[in-house]
Design a protein around this ligand. Sequence first.
Ligand code: RP5
Length: 162
Amino acid sequence: MKKVGIIMGSDSDLPIVKKATDMLSTLDVPFEVHVYSAHRTPAEASDFAKNARSNGFGAIIAAAGMAAHLAGAIAANTTLPVIGIPCKGGMMDGLDALLSTVQMPTGIPVATVALNGAANAALLAAQIIAVEDAQLAAKLDQKRKADAAVVLEKDKGISERL
Ligand code: RP5
């Protein structure tokens, strides 16, 4: 199975990124995690992206806060699908990171999830890998069913709480 690359701009992003690694572990999707910054270590970030396809990756998740150029910088150096996680924090509490991640120029797409949306980033990466992996696709279907069952259980109980 192809791996998912997870890059974060700083180790201070780890509490957010952990939700992505937890989700991929649950789904048995292999991943590799790195701290590379678009600004502080641009050469390492770009080398990772340039070599990612030949190194067995099928999708890349990039998490960063504030002037969050990491996902875009990674996407500029690979045609693998790149998923950006804008991280909350800083003066604008993530709005700056959201706009920096999502507002990409035509030709260099970044699939941007919600602020701190690491679990969804992992699910989207797994769905990309599952295009060529029927076993993983079946696991994702099972998860959807289990998630729906939880909501329906809450539906049963809601009247009693009101
Ligand atoms: C971004 O700046 C990082 O992704 C992080 O979200 C934020 C703060 O980084 P540190 O100063 O904690 O290293 O580049």
